[in-house]
Design a protein around this ligand. Structure first.
Ligand code: SF4
Length: 327
């Protein structure tokens, strides 16, 4: 049986597949579980503090429960907590492979990091090119799902989120993921067009399970999932370095803003929901984001993988009501 390789955020997954391993985005395992609180409990029992980001605790709990032996930890370009998490995992006997997206988006540095992963997983350029080509076919199907959301209105904001966010590991089998995506398109392509206030969701994916359902129930329609779309790498030309250099998420807020501006224009977005995670350093980026767009912005902070509380619901409802009254 192929060995699992866990990772803490999106990495050039083509290399893992080309090496014959099964990639596992630890975030996805955590959040798609029917009882994600279990993973947080595992971490807290091992001494993780209550007042820290629950995504980190979830990742730790998944590695421990699933007995994952190898983890690629993204040390630059994702999360400041990954350093300490990596040290704890190493201390517990997990093999940790550091990976760094260069903060200055330097092509040569990224190339070195990619070559390093290729050496570790014994992948040559020929094998990588073949897998890349096959994965690109799947990425194009995911891109079609995205277009079916904002152009045709037949895919919900939640379905869009789910298909794009899972692109980071393609559920461990890209061929099957491609088949699943094709059959999803067949099923929904003649559905009734959705209406609603066109919204952009920006920020890390939500830890809250009913986030999209509630927004859509109250008349919103999320037509743009910023970071989830980035996780799907919707860049189709060039080689692996070209694609991962276009990927905005690891290269700071300014790279993200350009992408968000372009997409909100293209998708005719009326307002923005900025999701932030409690105890995450990215909360501070809200200051810059609020100054960067001429659209109403609602910032929602989530903490636990539990349904929206009354206060959050009231804020979302009031925001949508304000947008409706401005029509
Ligand atoms: S939400 Fe923020 S603190 Fe939590 S894992 Fe992601 S980047 Fe790190």
């Amino acid at each position: 049986m192929a060995e699992f390789v866990g990772f803490t955020t999106t990495i050039p997954v083509e290399i893992i597949f080309a090496g014959g391993y099964v990639p596992v985005d630890l975030n996805n395992v955590f959040i798609t579980d029917s009882d994600p609180m279990r993973f947080i409990d595992i971490a807290e029992k091992d001494g993780f503090p209550r007042n820290m980001c629950n995504w980190i605790k979830g990742i730790y709990g998944v590695v421990k429960e699933r007995k994952i032996q190898t983890v690629i930890a993204v040390m630059v370009g994702d999360c400041s907590n990954t350093h300490a998490l990596s040290e704890i995992l190493t201390h517990k006997g997990v093999k940790v492979i550091p990976f760094a997206y260069p903060f200055d988006r330097d092509r040569e540095s990224l190339n070195r990091e990619i070559e390093k992963l290729m050496r570790i997983f014994r992948v040559d350029h020929e094998k990588l090119t073949k897998v890349q080509k096959e994965i690109t076919t799947v990425r194009k199907i995911l891109n079609r799902i995205d277009r079916l959301t904002y152009k045709e209105g037949v895919v919900s904001g939640y379905e869009n989120h789910l298909w794009l966010v899972r692109a980071s590991d393609m559920m461990g089998d890209y061929e099957n993921y491609g088949k699943m995506a094709r059959s999803f398109i067949q099923k929904i392509k003649n559905s009734k067009k959705r209406e609603g206030i066109r919204l952009a969701y920006i920020g890390v994916p939500p830890i809250i399970p009913d986030f999209y359902d509630f927004i859509e129930e109250k008349g919103g329609f999320v037509v743009f999932n910023e970071i989830q779309r980035q996780f799907s790498l919707p860049f189709f030309g060039g080689n692996i370095v070209d694609r991962y250099i276009k990927y905005t998420y690891p290269y700071g807020i300014f790279a993200r803003i350009e992408d968000i501006k372009r997409e909100i224009r293209k998708r005719n977005v009326r307002a923005i929901i900025h999701y932030v995670q409690a105890f995450c350093f990215r909360i501070m980026e809200d200051i810059i984001l609020r100054d960067s767009f001429n659209l109403p912005i609602l910032t929602i902070e989530g903490e636990l993988p539990k349904p929206l509380d009354t206060r959050m619901k009231l804020r979302i409802e009031a925001f949508l009501e304000m947008l409706r009254s401005n029509d």
